[in-house]
Design a protein around this ligand. Structure first.
Ligand code: FE2
Ligand code: FE2
Length: 264
């Protein structure tokens, strides 16, 4: 029987895991936690976008939003497929969750607090109240998710790394949708203030998702090859990227007071 330390050492040496009978118990638990966080976030994210098919400002935008919804449900499907391969009863799990639960006051600041028993990133509790919110969600959160997925691309669980390839490309299309619209709305004096206000709402919420610097969970994930970077490094990469994306818009990046998601 291989010890947890020997197993971790093999992972550090570049070993990739293909199936559940190759895992240590510690690895399986850590992996399930990360897969569930992504699966629940993808599904609740897709649900949050659905009303914006009907509310999008043109027939072309309705098609684009419907495409984004389809992408997110497909991401959720693929992540749940990975969970099912590890013996999780995913349909029962989804039935037991309140994935459509949203905060009544969408302007409330819940920091990093969780409101339900599932593992979705807490930004998905907030309602998308306007088209500008929808755009800013693409601009901030899809971008933030992209930075988090970067690590999974190179992770030690090969089926997840393969699944991420396709998901990552689609997330980049969602980010591009956000970028195009942020530039459009910021260059119009009638909508510039509104887009700045939406940035002030969604940027801090996105900065909250990455977890505490030097967290013990992150150290474990890195030891097991399930993450590559410290939480703070990912947060700073996101911040640098969004700062660049704002160039030429005349919008200013708001301040952020650290609040850390302990579960990451
Ligand atoms: Fe997604
Ligand atoms: Fe997305």
């Amino acid at each position: 029987m291989i010890t947890a330390e020997d197993f971790a050492q093999q992972i550090q040496g570049g070993r990739k895991i293909e199936a559940h009978d190759e895992m240590s118990e510690e690895y399986r638990e850590a992996l399930l936690n990360l897969l569930m966080q992504q699966a629940d976030s993808e599904l609740s994210g897709g649900y949050g976008y659905i009303p914006w098919i009907a509310k999008a400002p043109s027939i072309h935008e309705k098609l684009l939003v419907a495409q984004i919804v389809k992408d997110e449900i497909n991401h959720a499907y693929r992540m749940n497929k990975l969970l099912a391969e590890l013996g999780i009863n995913v349909d029962q799990r989804i039935e037991d969750m309140e994935l459509e639960l949203r905060l009544e006051d969408s302007n409330a600041n819940i920091g990093t607090e969780r409101k339900a028993a599932d593992k979705r990133v807490n930004i998905f509790y907030y309602t998308i109240d306007s088209w500008t919110d929808f755009i800013m969600f693409n601009f901030c959160m899809d971008r933030g998710a992209g930075h988090q997925l970067e690590d999974a691309k190179h992770c030690s669980y090969a089926p997840w790394a393969r699944t991420i390839e396709g998901i990552f490309k689609e997330e980049m299309m969602h980010v591009n949708h956000g970028d195009t619209w942020v530039h459009r709305l910021a260059s119009n004096p009638d909508t510039k203030d509104e887009v700045q206000t939406a940035l002030e709402k969604w940027y801090p919420r996105t900065m909250n998702i990455f977890g505490r610097p030097n967290s013990s969970k992150n150290k474990l994930y890195r030891k097991l090859g399930l993450k590559q970077r410290d939480n703070e490094e990912v947060r700073q990469a996101f911040k640098a990227d969004i700062t660049k994306a704002l160039e030429g818009t005349g919008l200013s990046l708001p301040a952020w007071t650290p609040e850390y998601d302990e579960s990451v």
